[in-house]
Design a protein around this ligand. Structure first.
Ligand SMILES: [Zn+2]
Length: 478
């Protein structure tokens, strides 16, 4: 054989070898495989917010294609949620109404039957931004799809069928009790957690989307049964402009809420170090029975709306860490506006859930493979044109110290009556807005109860809001 032939054969051989590298390998020699369930509704990817809108449900199809391209569907329990085939819509709506108001649900339900004028009236009355949250064809079905898929994941955790249950179409953390917000219409996370609370005493909600998880925080602001923590960009007019360090819960929920406000450009090492150093003592103190992790991918570098510099591996490191805690886990999606990167991260994290290391080179015969050019890699490098990291060491250290101090206020895990109610039927946004005012104007709930003071208009207003909550038969906090 001539050397020329060897070279030619070697070249050919390399290509072939490349193709025969396994798509994934085991991360470690675990004897007990993590039981993972993957919940999806193929129809959810078919909806469209409008041509210029950054939210593209199509990213879910890219994710499913990657997950199946790597063969992961063969090693997980796959749940195909189909509202027409296997769902009781009335039961689903009952669960949604545990959080959302009847008026709002009816509005979503009747959108396509209502006249434009009627819809406009509701939008104006409730101060709804229909640029962010447009009314598009089939909107209600889209909402039911992703919410029922989260509930399907929750059901597997409730019945102890899964250690980790995944719904990448869920995680719409901005939706409010009475209205949509930030591309989110129904808050599948709140609806899912309320369902989880029937079987689990304490739920920890962690949010790594670049935006503050305001809708979930607000829903559980008054209770100790759900601890919410959100890592996000904060400052200026960055949406939703909430999530300051000082927002820590009120009444019975006081100290059961943490916020980690960050600045532009944070990178993997700094982010994951901070994440682990906070989550570790928090889990030790709160001792949650279940964790819900919102994995919004707009915290990745080069996101269309985001301003952080996380890589797929850095983002996934948070998932890996939470998984290592060994607590039943629900993984949901969230933001993410550069679709190929969204699908890369969620596929990588599906691999992590299954204790697998996925091959860097994307599978052959992947539909829409050109979306991943030029590298065709699951873990592309970020390159040089990233944003400057504005988070100084001092800033991050100060933030960490303040958060750790707050965790010290937790006096162990609260024991709770499983039948207690958690969501007040009144709008607590009023309280939230009030508490956002400068410190000197705000009197904490305990101060109001225990102190003699001159009753200013502000205090009287605060008392009125608290009284309103007391009168609410379902709000057992006050
Ligand atoms: Zn987001």
């Amino acid at each position: 054989m001539s050397s020329g032939n060897i070279q030619a054969e070697t070249f050919f051989y390399d290509e072939k070898t490349d193709r025969t590298i396994p798509l994934f390998e085991l991360n470690n020699n675990l004897t007990n495989k993590t039981r993972v369930s993957y919940h999806r509704n193929a129809d959810t990817a078919n909806y469209h917010y409008g041509p210029f809108h950054p939210m593209k449900p199509f990213r879910l199809r890219l994710t499913d294609n990657l997950v199946t391209g790597y063969g992961l569907h063969n090693i997980m329990d796959l749940y195909e949620v189909d509202l027409e085939q296997n769902y009781n819509i009335n039961m689903l709506e009952d669960k949604i109404l545990k959080f959302h108001s009847k008026e709002y649900l009816n509005f979503l339900k009747n959108l396509n039957d209502n006249s434009d004028q009627e819809n406009k009236k509701y939008l104006i009355k409730n101060d709804i931004d229909d640029n962010d949250c447009p009314i598009f064809h089939g909107l209600y079905k889209y909402c039911l799809n992703y919410t029922s898929t989260t509930l399907s994941a929750v059901e597997c955790i409730k019945q102890k069928k899964s250690d980790i249950a995944i719904n990448w179409s869920g995680g719409l953390h901005h939706a409010k009790k009475f209205k949509p917000s930030g591309f989110c219409y129904l808050n599948d996370i709140v609806v899912g957690i309320l369902d989880l609370l029937k079987t689990h005493a304490r739920v920890l909600y962690i949010d790594i989307d670049i935006h503050h998880g305001d809708g979930v925080q607000e829903a559980f602001y008054l209770t100790d049964r759900v601890f919410t923590i959100s890592f996000h960009k904060y400052g200026g007019y960055f949406f939703p402009m909430t999530g300051a360090l000082q927002e820590t819960g009120v009444a019975k929920g006081k100290n059961y809420c943490l916020n980690v406000p960050l600045m532009d450009g944070i990178k993997d090492y700094e982010y994951t170090q901070l994440f682990k150093s906070i989550i570790t003592p928090l889990v030790e103190s709160y001792n949650p029975e279940c964790v819900v992790l919102q994995c919004g991918t707009d915290s990745l570098g080069y996101d269309r709306l985001g301003t952080f510099n996380l890589t797929v591996k850095g983002h996934g490191e948070c998932v890996k860490y939470v998984k290592s805690l060994g607590i039943p886990l629900v993984l949901v999606g969230g933001g993410g506006y550069t679709p190929p990167n969204v699908s890369r991260a969620w596929c990588y994290e599906t691999g992590i859930a299954n204790d697998l290391i996925l091959r860097e080179k994307l599978p052959d015969n992947l539909p829409f493979k050109d979306y991943y050019s030029p590298d065709y890699s699951l873990y592309p490098e970020l390159g040089d044109s990233i944003l400057t990291d504005m988070n100084s060491k001092t800033f991050l250290n100060d933030t960490r110290i303040r958060l750790l101090e707050q965790i010290r206020y937790l006096q162990g895990a609260p024991s709770v009556r499983m039948d207690s109610e958690y969501i007040p039927s009144k709008d607590i946004q009023e309280i939230m807005m009030y508490l956002k005012k400068p410190d000197k104007e705000v009197l904490e709930y305990d101060d109001i109860c225990n102190t003699d003071y001159e009753k200013t208009d502000k205090v009287l207003e605060h008392e009125r809001i608290l009284q309103m909550l007391k009168e609410d038969s379902r709000a057992g906090y006050l």
